[in-house]
Design a protein around this ligand. Sequence first.
Ligand code: FES
Length: 200
Amino acid sequence: MTQTVTIKVNGQVRALALTPQASLLHVLRNDFELNGAKYGCGLGECGACTVLVDHQPARSCVIPALGVGGRSITTLEGLPLLNALASLDPLHPVQRAFIDAQGTQCGYCLNGMIMMTVALLLKNAQPSRQEMLDALSGNLCRCGAHVEILKAVELSVQYTRELDGARDAQSAELAKSIPLPLKTNMTHGPTHGPNLGKAP
Ligand code: FES
């Protein structure tokens, strides 16, 4: 027996008829054709299937898709949409950091590592090393690439900070280019202080 639910993934909204057994991971991979999230354990224990639900990390293999109606889902493919300065780099800074630090080996855990790092930086822009370790402690890497992954998280902090700086500079430039409002007729202006609208 199916039920229709409206699911929003990376800004794209679709109505789907689903059974109660359909997991969010299944729907992402089979209906939305988004393969960033991986099927690892299927038990909510390895983290390979991590996505963001309303900006909170969630294990999509154990979440019933019928339960996320009206929520906002972000997958690995949608991370650049979180990046307001997409013109500078088509990738999210965390994705770029994992590439530059080579924070992966076989790559199967990579989706989960990146999504957990994004979730961490959304709530804490300057995490300590221990906070990074705590955030990723539930994500398994079977290759043992933990040293490189941690370097990638540290680089993610730096790249995110640099992007925020660039975004601020861009906003300042934008503000300068916006025309100032027309001058008001000061003859009808303030009753106190110099009357700039009348000849002396
Ligand atoms: Fe979902 Fe392992 S596949 S936690």
